[in-house]
Design a protein around this ligand. Structure first.
Ligand code: ZN
Ligand code: ZN
Length: 167
């Protein structure tokens, strides 16, 4: 299976290495992808740990865990991202924070939902962290007919696919 983040590598070769701390996220996009995969794989501690300190204070592990549990993350599309490394960030002259603009599709029974966000990242203790994001759109999509192709793009009919998810 390809990684949840949609790369051509397996989860083990891709985001799991970052989530387990074996590799560092080298760019904001890699951190964003690993956070998405942590939602998909339901690893809330990683999501909490990768918030920047000012934002992490307002988060609770319980809320993140509940949200990860009830949602099924189906597809990530990175629209634009700035591939800046930590050392480039540390020596930058422009105060603007790097962003990653993405769309994600998830299923929160009974609805498929689309979220589009421009996320901002910064470096703390030589690690990329997620600061915050501007929501561009976030809404439910029309539920497919039972015999229609599933919106998660599995190629299966909805009734044989996400309609069967238990919550
Ligand atoms: Zn990945
Ligand atoms: Zn599906």
């Amino acid at each position: 299976m390809n990684c949840y983040c949609g790369s051509q590598q397996t989860f083990k070769q891709c985001c799991e290495l970052i989530i387990k701390g074996l590799n560092n996220a080298e760019t904001p996009e890699q951190l964003m992808r690993s956070r998405y995969s942590a939602y998909a794989a339901k690893i809330p501690q990683y999501i909490l740990d990768t918030y920047a300190a000012p934002t992490r204070k307002a988060q609770s592990l319980g809320d993140i865990a509940q949200w990860a549990k009830q949602t099924h993350w189906l597809k990530l599309t990175v629209l634009t991202s700035k591939n800046i490394t930590i050392s480039q960030f540390n020596s930058r002259t422009n105060a603007a924070l790097p962003t990653v603009h993405f769309q994600a599709l998830y299923f929160d029974k009974p609805h498929f939902c689309l979220i589009e966000e421009k996320s901002r990242f910064l470096v703390e203790h030589e690690q990329w962290r997620y600061l915050d994001g501007e929501i561009i759109q976030h809404h439910n999509l029309p539920t497919p007919k039972r015999n229609a192709p599933c919106l998660c793009l599995s190629g299966k009919k909805f009734k044989h696919c996400c309609a069967l998810l238990d919550h």
